[in-house]
Design a binder for this molecule. Structure first.
Ligand SMILES: Cc1cc2nc3c(=O)[nH]c(=O)nc-3n(C[C@H](O)[C@H](O)[C@H](O)COP(=O)(O)OP(=O)(O)OC[C@H]3O[C@@H](n4cnc5c(N)ncnc54)[C@H](O)[C@@H]3O)c2cc1C
Length: 387
């Protein structure tokens, strides 16, 4: 399969993973990323079980991922006086292989940068499908035509909005917000997490990132307005105990604040005509713990089905949908908000108790492993790497 052109929106994890497999098959791949440079932010992401491992091995990046493996970090749950209440073991949050999201994004990018065209600092403004392609306009670049277009542009996907309809039809706010705040002052020290009913703050560990979760109905704000995000965060944590006043001072001084809703994406179908979605754009679930694994497996399945269908995108997208719908069900169930920021003192205590019972934890790990391996991967000979 050659000469076919593909546009992928989003250079996160799903986008470069798909770019990898499609360029291997001879597609001319362009990736357009809204951010002016590769986004290397974020905390750790992880892979669980044999399915994720198999896909990473087939991509030839498992060893490199192991080289950058961080290892789950134990997190101590503390009371208002800083006394330890329980420990959230790293093995619970860290999966089988844990890596900083930024390191993973860089590995994926570097594997594909030579063979694919990356366009940073631009985004799609319209998609018009014709009989033999999709006409695409961009905010900055000249209009172009592609055979296929993929939306791998995250939970607030522009491709989904342009090809399927408004975000509100597909994205559900699950009752909590989270914020990641980069700050030099929180570097080092043990990783600690503090709860009050409906709110949580975590800090410490090797990276200077403070992490907040709070319960709230949906808030109308501009996601690119950092000042407004700081105000929202300050209001949500007002009057808090422990080190919250001090952390809010750090928030004020930080120039890297990211606040977003804990949300879930639900789609009846992942494609329409020549346009398909993958990763968080199609089945995102904020902090659900499965997004990265789903993204890399989806890229493999889409590329494999396109090869198996000899490029017949209708057939390939239908098979992708059939194979993936069941596998992505975890994204329809998970809701990290009430777990991270339980609504009452009693619920906080119950959760902390759970971490003291390692047997229960092992049971939960067993269940997550089941979800992560709940798909039969085809071999797709066309995806065998040439050396
Ligand atoms: C900065 C950042 C930090 C994150 N931190 C964590 C974390 O700490 N823990 C965790 O579990 N998950 C985190 N995630 C989410 C995690 O990466 C995904 O759940 C998962 O890896 C699936 O990846 P994805 O490629 O579908 O989406 P994402 O990783 O969200 O990537 C989407 C990409 O699309 C780009 N984009 C958005 N809109 C447009 C547009 N209109 N045009 C072009 N490009 C666009 C974004 O800039 C981004 O690079 C983070 C995501 C981002 C972007």
């Amino acid at each position: 399969m050659t000469n076919r052109t593909v546009l992928i929106s989003g250079a996160g994890i799903a986008g470069p993973a798909l770019a990898f497999w499609l360029s291997l098959q001879g597609y001319a791949v362009t990736v357009v990323e809204r951010s002016p440079e590769l986004r290397t932010g974020g905390q750790a992401v992880d892979f669980k079980g044999a399915t994720h491992r198999t896909v990473l091995e087939r991509m030839g990046i498992l060893d490199e991922i192991h080289e950058h493996q961080t290892g789950g970090l134990d997190q101590t749950l503390v009371d208002a006086d800083g006394r330890a209440l329980a420990v959230l073991p790293g093995e619970f949050t860290g999966g089988d292989v844990e890596i900083r999201r930024g390191d993973l994004a860089r590995i994926m990018y570097e594997r594909t940068a030579q063979d694919c065209e990356y366009v940073f600092g631009d985004f799609i403004t319209s998609l018009t499908e014709t009989d033999d392609g999709v006409d695409v306009t961009f905010e900055r670049g000249a209009p172009r035509r592609f055979d296929l277009v993929f939306g791998a542009d995250g939970i607030h996907s522009a491709v989904r909005r342009l090809a399927f309809g408004p975000e509100a039809d597909y994205v559900e706010h699950l009752g909590h917000y989270y914020a990641l705040v980069e700050t030099d002052e929180t570097d080092g020290g043990p990783a600690v997490m503090y709860n009050e009913p409906g709110r949580m703050a975590a800090t410490g560990g090797p990276k200077a990132t403070a992490f907040f979760v709070f319960a709230s109905p949906e808030i109308d704000y501009d996601r690119y307005d950092t000042g407004r995000q700081k105000e929202i965060l300050a209001a949500a944590f007002e009057g808090g105990g422990w080190r919250l006043p001090e952390l809010m001072e750090l928030v004020k001084r930080s120039d890297d604040v990211y606040l977003d809703s804990i949300a879930r994406v639900t789609m009846d179908g992942y494609s329409t005509g020549r346009v398909a979605l993958l990763g968080d754009a199609a089945y995102g679930n904020t902090l659900g713990g499965f997004g990265t694994g789903l993204a890399v497996v989806a890229a493999y399945v889409i590329a494999g089905e396109l090869a198996a269908a000899n490029g017949d995108h209708d057939l390939a997208f239908r098979r992708y949908d059939e194979k993936f719908r069941g596998y992505a069900k975890i994204a329809r169930k998970a809701n990290a908000g009430p777990f991270l920021a339980p609504p009452t003192t009693l619920r906080i205590k119950l959760r902390d108790q759970m971490f003291k019972r390692r047997l229960l934890l092992r049971g939960m790990l067993w269940v997550t492993d089941k979800f992560a391996t709940d798909i039969t991967l085809d071999d797709y000979p066309a995806l065998a790497r040439q050396g």
